[in-house]
Design a protein around this ligand. Sequence first.
Ligand code: MLT
Ligand code: MN
Ligand code: ZN
Length: 307
Amino acid sequence: MHIRVLGAGAGGGFPQWNCHCRNCKGVRSGTINAQARTQSSIAVSANGEDWVLINASPDIRQQINQTPALWPKSQTQQRGTSIRSIILTDSQIDHTTGLLTLREGLPLPVYCTDVVYEDLTDAFPLFPMLKHWNGGLQRRRIKTDEDAAFTAEGAEGLIFKPIVLASNAPPYSAYRDNIVRGNNIGLQIEDSRTGNSLFYAPGCVQASPLVERTLAQAQCVLFDGTLWLDDEMITNGFSQRLGTQMGHMPVNGEEGAVALLNRFAIKRKILIHINNTNPVLDESSHAHQYLLDNNIELAYDGMHIEL
Ligand code: MLT
Ligand code: MN
Ligand code: ZN
């Protein structure tokens, strides 16, 4: 399986347009040792030719333009795409707004759970709106049962299994602070040829027995690295909410992502969906060194993973 990280940042990206935090200021002025990151998305492929987009970020146009594997290739048609289908893990703005940018290439199949479809039909009506563009988004259902594995158009050879996660729904959603099964899923993606599996979980506030089983089986994990500390947004003066209230476990601490990942012998442990306030982004920081000491990588835009 081929994996491309299109955007390793969280909502807002890095630097965020209106942010003057130490990291955003430092990356703009080149005074810290850090690289910019666009908003959260990956692409996966079984054959290296046809790709499934997982989450569609507001930065999708830039992400496609800097990823030759995703450029149109047909010798006979003037227009086309190597993106054969799209999977959504939730209905967050940073994971769905890119669907608007893909309108010129519709119809495209979009896999999502019932409650994500509901959010994107009612409160943020992307599905009804985009019907007006050449057949629109062709909805395919992801069930949330534990055995609800599915295949995605264009990725024959990969088996996708939804992993129900504890996180949160977007601020605009009827499910905000009151989530049900399916507001947030991770994906276990298994290559049926090699048997290797990736676990992709950009938003997870707490492990569950299912999350632990999935971590135990994975050869590679792309896991929630949003915030270093639970109160990071509060101490920066940006929010009244803890990370855990927003649906993200901190990276640091006994209840954090590093402590969780340290319990498993996974070949590659990679943090993704990194918020611009997170000190791990500064590669000269103690926080960054702490990741290296724990054998944990930090995803970056353009990262290639072969499994
Ligand atoms: C999140 O992951 O909690 C949200 O995407 C944050 C946001 O919408 O900016
Ligand atoms: Mn997000
Ligand atoms: Zn910032």
